[in-house]
Design a protein around this ligand. Structure first.
Ligand code: NAD
Length: 296
């Protein structure tokens, strides 16, 4: 493993938690493992419905990284006017195909389609996004299953950069099933042992709540919501938010002011975003293992 003694620091002295670097390390590790197993054909399948531009870019990046990790990828693309039956048929075929190990349905689906009904068709072993009801249930009940990629990526950054979680206060801003809720569950799990607080748009004195935290994860989708007065000196601050503004793509954290106070901080871009893809690769290899396609 690469030594992180050469941690890069920001001008203000905070450790920069580099998601591109850690993602590359994860992808290279998976490639090594797949090569050593004789390339057993670990397969990630994606389903994209409609022509949403950011979704097309996300899916393309996922395929590129799957290739770098030594995986096979399949892609099913359906038109904007695909019916519920069309989408369900596509997902059912992938669910039934023994050569497919991971299935990712790119969300959001076009208006009028029932995403929950589609996700219900993904078997938990193949649910590499960890977003189905059954995967979330497994996470809550502490059973083996796939954990949503973005919150898992946050945990990997904390581990890799040596941020202590045990006995620490962690505040998560945002309560979606995609990020905030599973993030809180991960912080509270045995082995991580943080004391999590779930903050949201109705939280009173959000800055004061965050100032109690040793770790802040911002997943609200509000440009530069987290400013220096939200941060206890030395805290770790991880930015998940993505807002498209006139000034370009902006995170939930006001990086320039926060890096003067934080002990560690993610850049934006280059922090939690690439880690989401790294963890998708990790989940896909785990899926192949759960399905008996690779040993171990
Ligand atoms: P969401 O809209 O479903 O949830 C946002 C949450 O933030 C809500 O629970 C809301 O209560 C809370 N919130 C909104 N404004 C707030 C405020 N002013 N103060 C406190 N809480 C507030 O969004 P989501 O799907 O959880 O995504 C959150 C953000 O993360 C979005 O910007 C999204 O684009 C981004 N995202 C990034 C990645 C990544 O890989 N980095 C992955 C998924 C989502």
């Amino acid at each position: 493993m690469t030594s992180y003694d050469d941690f890069v620091r920001t001008d203000g002295g905070a450790v920069l938690m580099d998601g591109n670097r850690l993602r590359d390390e994860i992808v290279a590790g998976i490639r090594e493992e797949i090569d050593s197993l004789g390339n057993p054909g670990v397969c990630l399948a994606t389903v994209l419905v409609g022509g949403d531009r950011p979704s097309q870019i996300y899916v393309r990046n996922k395929h590129r990284k799957a290739g770098e990790a030594g995986m096979i990828s399949r892609h099913v693309e359906l038109p904007e006017d695909a019916t519920q039956d069309d989408v369900e048929h596509a997902v059912r075929s992938l669910a039934d195909d023994p050569e497919v190990h991971g299935i990712l349905v790119q969300l959001p689906l076009p208006a009028g389609l029932d995403a929950e009904a589609v996700l219900d068709l993904v078997p938990p072993e193949k649910d590499v996004d960890g977003l189905t009801e059954r995967s979330m249930g497994r996470l809550v009940r502490g059973r083996i299953g796939h954990v949503p990629c973005t919150p898992l990526g946050v945990m990997r950054l904390l581990e890799r950069y040596g941020v202590e979680t045990s006995g620490k206060n962690a505040v998560v801003i945002g309560r979606s099933t995609l990020v905030g809720l599973p993030q809180v569950l991960l912080f509270g799990r045995k082995g991580c042992d943080a004391t999590p607080t779930l903050a949201h748009s109705r939280t009173a004195d959000l800055a004061g709540v965050c100032r109690q935290a040793d770790i802040v994860v911002a997943a609200a989708g509000m440009a530069r919501l987290v400013t220096a007065d939200f941060v206890k000196p030395g805290a770790a601050v991880l930015d998940v938010g993505i807002s498209r503004t006139e000034a370009g793509i902006v995170g939930d954290v006001d990086f320039d002011s926060v890096q003067e106070i934080a002990g560690a901080i993610t850049p934006m871009p280059g922090g939690t975003g690439p880690m989401t893809i790294g963890c998708l690769m990790e989940n896909t290899l785990a899926a192949a293992r759960m399905l008996g396609a690779v040993p171990g």
